[in-house]
Structures are given as C-alpha cells and as structure tokens.
Design a protein around this ligand. Structure first.
Ligand code: SF4
Ligand code: SF4
Length: 112
C-alpha cells in the first residue's frame, strides 16, 4: 500500500494517547527529547508541554488527544506546532504497521 494513500491531514490517529496507555493510566505519551527544537521555545513549552515523572511530554486533553492537534480526527486535522514537533511525532510513517494500528485504535478508516 503506497504511503501516499495515507493522508495525515485527514487522520491524526497517532496524535492520541493509545488505548494501552490509557488502560494503564499513562498520561505521558509523546516525550519531548533533549535535542528537540521545541525545548528552545519557552512560549510553546508553557502551552503544550508538561513534566511527567521527570521528563517532558506533550500535554493531552481529557479525550487523550495531544493539545497541539487541531481539527477533527479522521476528517481534517493539523498540528499547531508542526515545524517544531518532537522527534517521536516524526518517527511514525504514514502507511507503516504502527500507523495502521493507531488508525484502527482510533477508528479511522483504513486507506484504500
Ligand atoms: S496514524 Fe498514520 S496516517 Fe494518521 S496521522 Fe499518523 S502517520 Fe499519518
Ligand atoms: S505535536 Fe503535532 S504531530 Fe505531535 S502528537 Fe501533537 S498534534 Fe500530533
């Protein structure tokens, strides 16, 4: 399946805390790694990042979505901090097994 058929702007599934984390009570989903440029943006850190168990993570809303995700998952989404999004956000490639798992978990239809 070509990655081009997975349109991230109509998805956003990997921007939600996965069910296995929720089940175990983990609220730290995406870590902001030491070299991430987001670390050097104090105004964005204050808004979108929190410390959890000694490390920095993206803040999540009550429904598990990353606070930086705008729009409606599975329909139309965008990342408010796209150009400085943390490293883990960049590691999920569209169409990969992980991507497909996230889409299944969040009820986003599989690409055709
Ligand atoms: S789950 Fe896949 S298609 Fe959806 S936003 Fe993430 S990488 Fe893109
Ligand atoms: S920072 Fe952007 S790409 Fe990363 S989880 Fe949040 S909304 Fe998604």
């Amino acid at each position: 399946m070509p990655a081009a058929s997975y349109d991230c702007t109509r998805c956003g599934a990997c921007c939600f805390n996965p069910p296995e984390n929720v089940a175990e009570g983990f609220v730290g989903y995406i870590e902001v790694e030491p070299r991430d440029s987001l670390r050097r943006r104090p105004e964005l850190l204050a808004r979108y990042v929190r410390e959890h168990e000694g490390t920095l993570h993206l803040r999540l809303l009550a429904d598990g979505r990353c606070m930086a995700l705008s729009g409606s998952a599975g329909r139309k989404v965008s990342c408010r901090i796209y150009h400085v999004r943390p490293s883990p956000c960049r590691r999920v490639s569209a169409g990969s097994e992980l991507c497909q798992r996230y889409r299944r978990e969040q009820g986003v239809a599989q690409a055709r």
